[in-house]
Design a protein around this ligand. Structure first.
Ligand SMILES: [Zn+2]
Length: 368
C-alpha cells in the first residue's frame, strides 16, 4: 500500500461514498433540526468552496494565485526525526532504557517538576543526549526557512525543544516554541537567566547546573508537565490565526493539547494541509456529523479545504517545493547550510581539542 499519494481518495472510496453520504447527510439534517442549528450562519459558511482541487496540487495553485500570503506552519517531532533526534518520549526507545538505572517511577517523571527537584540527574543525562549543536536541521526546517525568505511565513509554531528552527535561521520573532526550548535556562529559585553555552558546559561535564548567585538548580526553559506554556504561545495563538491564509501542519500527530487545537483557530475559509506519516487530527464523534467540533474533515463530503499528504516530512516538503518551482532552491539551501554547520563544528572541535591538549599538558611531565 502506497502511503505517498495525493490526498484524493482512491476511486473505490468515492464509489462507496454516495450511499454513505446519503445516510450521513440525513442523520446530519436530523441532528441539526433537533438541535435547532439548521439555519445557523455556521452551516451556511461551510458551503464556501475553498480549494478547486482538494489535493497537494490544489494547495500549490492556491499559493501560486496569491501575490502575498500569510502561512502558519505547525510542527511536531516528525520534522526532526530525519535529523536523528531520538524519539525520547516513547517508552522502549533507547534513551529510556539508558535511564532505567535512575529508577524513574514512570518515563514521564523525567519531565515532572516534583521529581526534578528531588532528582534532577536523569533529566540532565537525557539533556546531554539531546543537546542542541549535535544535530543538523532537516530539509523540512529549511522549507519553513524558504517560506520565510519568500515573505510568506507569518509564524512557525513548534512542539519541538531541539532548537533546530533556530539553527536553520528562523528568527525568534517568527518562532513560537510552544513547549519551551533548550536555548536558555533559568534558576528555579532566583530566576536568574543562563545561556545555552553556560548550561551546555556544565551538562557536558556531567554536572548539575547550579546557579552562580544562589543554591538553585538551573533548568533549561523546557515546559515540564504541569507548567504553563510560554506567554508568547498564548499571545501569538490569539493574534495570528485570524490572519492565516494557509495552515501547514508538519510531522505532528496532533494529540498534545493545547497545541493540537490551534488548527481550529484559522478562519473556515483557510485551507489546512497535513504532511505526516499518518492521518491525524481528524474530527470525530457526534458533533462531527453535524459539521461541528474540531479537527480535520478529510473525509467529509463538504470538505474543500483539508488536505493530507502521507509520508516523510522532508519528502513532502520537497514535492511541495518542486510543484511551487522552488525545488532546486530548497536543495541548494540545505546543501549550503549543512556545509556551513559542518565547517563550524569542525572549527569548534579544533578549539575543544586545543583546550583539552593544553589541559593535559599543564601538569609537568616526568615520565623520564
Ligand atoms: Zn539562583
Amino acid at each position: 500500500m502506497s502511503s505517498k499519494e495525493d490526498s484524493k481518495p482512491p476511486p473505490e472510496a468515492s464509489g462507496t461514498s454516495s450511499s454513505s453520504t446519503f445516510s450521513v447527510e440525513s442523520l446530519r439534517q436530523y441532528l441539526a433540526e433537533k438541535l435547532h442549528i439548521l439555519d445557523s450562519g455556521l452551516s451556511q459558511e461551510k458551503k464556501v468552496k475553498v480549494l478547486d482541487d482538494v489535493s497537494i496540487d490544489g494547495i500549490v495553485d492556491y499559493i501560486k494565485k496569491r501575490s502575498s500570503i500569510n502561512i502558519i506552519t505547525m510542527a511536531g517531532a516528525g520534522i526532526s526525526t530525519s535529523a536523528g533526534i531520538p524519539d525520547f518520549r516513547s517508552p522502549g526507545s533507547g534513551l529510556y532504557s539508558n535511564l532505567q538505572k535512575y529508577n524513574l517511577p514512570h518515563p514521564q517523571a523525567i519531565f515532572e517538576l516534583d521529581f526534578f527537584y528531588d532528582n534532577p540527574k536523569p533529566f540532565f543525562v537525557l539533556a546531554k543526549e539531546l543537546y542542541p549543536g549535535s544535530f543538523k536541521p532537516t530539509k523540512c526546517h529549511y522549507f519553513v526557512k524558504l517560506l520565510l525568505e519568500k515573505g510568506h511565513l507569518l509564524r512557525h509554531f513548534t512542539q519541538n525543544i531541539d532548537t533546530l528552527e533556530r539553527v536553520a535561521g528562523i528568527p525568534e520573532e517568527k518562532l513560537v516554541e510552544a513547549h519551551g526550548t533548550f536555548h536558555r535556562g533559568h534558576c528555579l529559585e532566583c530566576k536568574k537567566e543562563y545561556s545555552l553555552s553556560w548550561m551546555k558546559e556544565k551538562i557536558f561535564e556531567d554536572k548539575i547546573p547550579i546557579c552562580e548567585t544562589c543554591p538553585g538548580i538551573v533548568k533549561p526553559d523546557i515546559v515540564f508537565f504541569g507548567e504553563n506554556l510560554p506567554e508568547k504561545f498564548h499571545n501569538c495563538a490569539h493574534t495570528d490565526f485570524a490572519k492565516c491564509d494557509l495552515l501547514l501542519i508538519l510531522g505532528s500527530s496532533l494529540v498534545v493539547q493545547p497545541f493540537a487545537s490551534l488548527m481550529d483557530r484559522v478562519p473556515d475559509t483557510t485551507p489546512r494541509m497535513l504532511i505526516n506519516r499518518e492521518k491525524a487530527g481528524e474530527r470525530t464523534g457526534l458533533l462531527s456529523l453535524i459539521g461541528m467540533g474540531s479537527g480535520f474533515e478529510f473525509d467529509s463530503p463538504d470538505n474543500t479545504r483539508d488536505v493530507y499528504w502521507l509520508g516523510d516530512c522532508d519528502e513532502g516538503c520537497q514535492i511541495l517545493a518542486d510543484k511551487l518551482g522552488w525545488g532546486d532552491e530548497l536543495k541548494k539551501l540545505v546543501e549550503k547550510e549543512h556545509k556551513r554547520i559542518d565547517e563550524e563544528s569542525k572549527g569548534d572541535k579544533k578549539t575543544e581539542d586545543i583546550k583539552k591538549e593544553s589541559k593535559i599538558e599543564q601538569p609537568p611531565k616526568n615520565e623520564e
